[in-house]
Design a binder for this molecule. Structure first.
Ligand code: IPE
Ligand code: IPE
Ligand code: MG
Ligand code: MG
Ligand code: MG
Length: 304
C-alpha cells in the first residue's frame, strides 16, 4: 500500500509487529497481578484492559531502540511492558463517559462497559502505578541511576507536562476554534510524549550518549506527531472493524485535529513529511536503525 507521499508500507512489518506483540503480551501476563479476594474485579479489569490485542507499537519501539543499543532482551521487555501498561491505562480513562465516552476498544466493549465506571477508573489507576513499579524493580536494570532515569522519563511523559496535560487540552478546546500551533502542542503532549519515551527508554537502558539519546528523542517526537495525525485521518477514513473502535466521532465531538484545521490532504502530507524527516534523522545510526525506519513507514501507511 502506498501513502499519499509515496512511502511504502514496510514488507513483513505486520508479521514482525505480531510476533513482538505476542512476546510483550506474555511479559504483561507475567507482570499483571491475579488473585482471589474482594479486589478481584479490579485485577480482572486490569487484565481485561491490557491482555486484549492492540498493535503494541510503543513496546515495539522500546525493544527496537533497545536492540540498537545492545540491551539484553529481558530488560527491554520489562521497559516495553511498562510503557504499554501506561498506554492501556490512558485508553481506559480516555474511553470513560466523562472523556470520549466510547463503548468499543480493540474490538471489545470498553473497560467501563465490561465492568463499571468505578472499576475502570481504579483499574486505570492501578495500571499506571504498576508501570512505575516495573521500571523501579532491579530486574529492569541493575543500575539504580538507569532505573531513576526511566521512572523520571515516564513521569514526565505521562503527567501534568505530558499525556495528561494533552488530554486536558483535548477536552478544554472541544468545540472551540484553535490555531494549528495549539493542536500541534496538544498532540505532542497527549500522544507524542509517550511515544517519544517509548523510543527513548531503549536508549536509557543502553546508556546511550547524549547525542544519540537526543537523536532518538527527535525521531520519537516526529513519529508521535505523525501517529496522531494518522489516528485522526483514520477516524474519518478508517475501517471500524479493523480499528476495533468507533470511528467518525472526532468532528461530531468538536475535537481539535489537524485534519479538521487543514483538511485531509494537507494533514496526510504533514504526516508523510514527519515520517520522512524521522527516517532521515536516523542517518547517524546507519543500517542497524532500519527497524526504527520501518516504524516511521508503518505509522503513515497503517490501516489499524
Ligand atoms: C490509540 O493508540 C490512542 C492514540 C494515542 C491515538 P493505538 O492506535 O496505539 O491503540 P492500540 O494500542 O493499538 O489499541
Ligand atoms: C487518545 O487520543 C490519546 C490518549 C492519550 C489515550 P484519541 O482519543 O484520539 O484516541 P482514540 O481515537 O480514542 O484511540
Ligand atoms: Mg481522546
Ligand atoms: Mg478517544
Ligand atoms: Mg482518535
Amino acid at each position: 500500500m502506498t501513502a499519499a507521499g509515496g512511502l511504502q508500507a514496510p514488507e513483513g512489518m505486520a508479521e514482525r509487529l505480531a510476533a513482538a506483540a505476542d512476546r510483550v503480551e506474555a511479559t504483561l501476563d507475567e507482570l499483571l497481578p491475579s488473585g482471589a479476594g474482594l479486589e478481584n474485579p479490579l485485577l480482572d479489569a486490569m487484565r481485561y484492559a491490557t491482555l486484549n490485542g492492540g498493535k503494541r507499537l510503543r513496546p515495539y519501539l522500546t525493544t527496537a531502540t533497545a536492540a540498537l543499543f545492545g540491551v539484553p532482551d529481558r530488560q527491554a521487555q520489562r521497559a516495553a511492558a511498562a510503557v504499554e501498561l501506561l498506554h492501556c491505562y490512558s485508553l481506559v480513562h480516555d474511553d470513560l463517559p466523562a472523556m470520549d465516552d466510547d463503548e468499543l476498544r480493540r474490538g471489545r466493549p470498553t473497560c467501563h462497559i465490561a465492568f463499571d465506571e468505578a472499576t475502570a477508573i481504579l483499574a486505570g489507576d492501578a495500571l499506571l502505578t504498576l508501570a512505575f513499579d516495573v521500571l523501579a524493580d532491579p530486574e529492569t536494570h541493575e543500575d539504580a541511576g538507569v532505573r531513576i532515569d526511566l521512572v523520571r522519563g515516564l513521569t514526565e511523559a505521562a503527567g501534568a507536562h505530558g499525556m495528561v496535560a494533552g488530554q486536558m487540552i483535548d477536552l478544554a478546546v472541544e468545540h472551540r476554534p484553535v490555531d494549528v500551533a495549539t493542536i500541534e502542542r496538544l498532540q505532542a503532549l497527549k500522544t507524542g510524549a509517550l511515544i517519544t519515551f517509548a523510543a527513548e527508554a531503549g536508549a536509557v537502558l543502553g546508556k546511550a550518549g547524549p547525542d544519540e539519546r537526543q537523536a532518538i528523542v527527535s525521531y520519537g517526537r516526529m513519529v508521535g506527531a505523525a501517529f496522531q495525525i494518522v489516528d485522526d485521518l483514520l477516524d474519518e477514513e478508517g475501517d471500524e472493524e479493523a480499528m476495533g473502535k468507533a470511528l467518525g466521532k472526532d468532528a461530531a465531538a468538536g475535537k481539535a485535529t489537524l485534519v479538521g484545521a487543514l483538511g485531509r490532504d494537507e494533514a496526510r502530507r504533514r504526516a508523510d513529511r514527519l515520517a520522512r524527516d524521522a527516517i532521515a534523522s536516523l542517518e547517524p545510526f546507519g543500517h542497524p536503525a532500519e527497524p526504527l525506519r520501518d516504524v516511521a513507514r508503518f505509522v503513515v501507511t497503517r490501516r489499524t
